[in-house]
Design a protein around this ligand. Sequence first.
Ligand code: 13P
Length: 251
Amino acid sequence: MRKNIVAGNWKMNTTVPEGVKLAKDVNKALEGKEVNCDVIICVPFTHLVPVNDVIDADKLGLGAENCADHRSGAYTGEVSAPMVASTGAKYVILGHSERRQYYGETSETLKEKVALALENGLTPIFCIGEVLEQREDGSYLDVVKKQIEDALFNLSAEDFSKLILAYEPVWAIGTGKTATDDQAQEMHAFIRKTIEDKYGKEVAENTSILYGGSCKPSNAKALFAKPDVDGGLIGGASLDAESFMGIVTAF
Ligand code: 13P
């Protein structure tokens, strides 16, 4: 059966000491607590090694927020999937809308990143989602379907089964405007059906699909209660241990 997952995406926030403290606080809050989901934090590259040193990997998973579309070589400033894996991280967010929008990531580059992440034993948390205009003109289901087809449907069923997906409507990210639980459910069910049509029912049923976009303790319960919403990818609310835990315990 698919897992329930709450993953934090710290984005470009916190210095290394601040990040280490936040990771310690989350780790401490999880100590001796029974939670009904896997908990992951995805942190800036600079934070991976020191954060890995202070967390209990059995309680709290660690991920990066991106990786390069090449294995190694003359790509100044890039960080490769093998480098990420060598820090102890187990996850990597790929295809976040901020990377698509500000850094020109396309399905073609994302295909390379997904392949390299998998080759290095990292679990991609692959993001998809429409912008406001596409929500309003009614094309949002087609847009998300195409994002999945173009970047992921080259994978074998075995490799696809290793992914976590995150539906993040761009209009809900950092805006305080959450998709309603019904809007999230409609899209998540559609994503699962899209997976089923390609890879069959078993793969579709076993894929965790997270919701992201202004998810907070006050709305997490209603979102997570929907049958096809398997957790959240949390931005702003993951920067404070208490609010992050408020979402973790919504399961
Ligand atoms: P917010 O939770 O800040 O809206 O960000 C969501 C997000 O982009 C997580 O990847």
